[in-house]
Design a protein around this ligand. Sequence first.
Ligand SMILES: [Zn+2]
Length: 255
Amino acid sequence: MAAEIRLFPCLTDNFGYLIHDPGSKATASIDAPEAGPIIKALEREGWTLTDILVTHHHGDHVGGIAELKQKYNCRVVAPHDKTAKIPLVDVRVKQGDIVKVGNLLARVLETPGHTLDHISYVFDDDKALFAADTLFSIGCGRVFEGSYPMMWDSLLKLRALPDDFRLYCGHEYTAANVKFALTIEPNNPDLKARAEEVAQLRAAGKPTIPTLLGDEKKANVFLRADEPAVAASVHLKGASAAEVFGELRERKNKS
Ligand SMILES: [Zn+2]
């Protein structure tokens, strides 16, 4: 049976996500920005939380774990890297591991760069990618702990997933990302189309997520650092994709 996915706002601009297996009734929260909205979403659906799948150690992704664990006694699945402080972890996972949420299967991809412990969860049967703060719509996470080449490699891992997979990311940053991306690729027709769509969604108070990975590959400049036109637009013709990516990220930091 197909998974049911719900998304809702948490904190200032985080997304909360629930993924539910109708067969077994198991329900996972992807990260736990804060307990309140997650509990409300569970109660709205009549679901019980069985698992929290943590992507990385930042406070706005783990802040709700303790309260949820106390209320539901759910399992906490977290990245293998034990140097990062994540509360109440039951299971550690690394690249290639499979996490079961009832009968749903999530494949773990290590996607370091934003943090060193960052992992993403791929539900292949449901064509869903939970990429947290590695890949945003028309953007990517800030590189806090890793290096630019490391983050670029992580983005390549995600870019290798099929076009019809949906991206569920950690934050509603799309409008700001579009504004920046247009400074690099003002004539990219797919980016211009996405810009229009995002403006309409935001005006209607709707989330810009999920998006199709195929659309991101065409419009997200951070996934396009190996396009000669993108290198040329930042005056790095002939440079490596990782260097071009680093320049894009630096410019975005200052934007
Ligand atoms: Zn983060």
